[in-house]
Design a binder for this molecule. Structure first.
Ligand code: VGL
Ligand code: ZN
Length: 209
């Protein structure tokens, strides 16, 4: 595993609402920030993602009377987990963690901004049709290999990694630089799906300097 000039690190959703104390806290989520910083120094190409919802987004339980966070609902595009309000555009909870130290990051891609459609994936929204443009950006830049880290392993990291495989990239996930929500077995399921798709799973210390 070598981050050559045609590789990019994708650091997913390192935002305050996913950190301990945040609206949709991922257990131990802040522990990955120093690791992501160290990893990023080995990559010439780094992309950050940012979950970026309008108020009253369809993925918020508060938008559906009678529903509670972590219930599920059927939307036009299929099953949707309902979340606490999180990562609302322009709020402090949506901001990237201030200890992220990746000044050479080249792109911040925002996702989940259509009011009626969620987007765990940084490539394709939950309707499975609307593209974010990330695949085109990476292809135009000659990127062939992607290394994922960040939050949450079983939602935004896994969905992004799986879509990256489908878009034709060689995909690696740096396991110890991710943390999971693990809702009703979602972490084991995510790893099963990623393994079946050919996603390589590594530890950060296996990424050569
Ligand atoms: C995420 C749930 C809702 C994530 C984003 O970043 O994994 N999970 N929105
Ligand atoms: Zn979200």
């Amino acid at each position: 595993m070598k981050p050559d000039p045609n590789s990019a690190l994708v650091a997913v959703d390192l935002q305050y609402d996913f950190m301990p104390g945040g609206a949709l806290a991922v257990p131990d989520g802040d522990a990955v920030v120093p690791l992501v910083n160290r990893l990023a120094r080995r990559f010439a190409n780094v992309v950050l993602t940012q979950d970026w919802h309008p108020p009253h987004h369809a993925s918020f339980a508060s938008s559906h009377p009678g529903k509670k966070p972590f219930d599920t609902i059927r939307l036009a595009y299929g099953e949707q987990v309902l979340w606490p309000d999180h990562c609302v555009q322009g709020t402090s909870g949506a901001a990237l963690h201030e200890d992220l130290d990746i000044p050479h990051a080249q792109l911040v891609i925002r996702k989940g901004y259509h009011p009626g459609v969620d987007s765990y994936s940084a490539f394709r929204e939950a309707d499975r049709a609307t593209q974010t443009g990330l695949a085109g950006y990476l292809r135009e830049r000659g990127i062939e290999r992607l290394y994922f880290c960040g939050l949450a392993t079983d939602f935004c990291v896994a969905w992004s990694a799986l879509d990256a495989v489908r878009a034709g990239f060689a995909v690696h996930v740096i396991d110890d630089a991710c943390r999971a929500i693990d809702l009703r077995g979602s972490l084991a399921q995510a790893w099963n799906e990623m393994a079946a798709a050919g996603v390589a799973r590594h530890a950060a210390d296996k990424v050569p300097a």
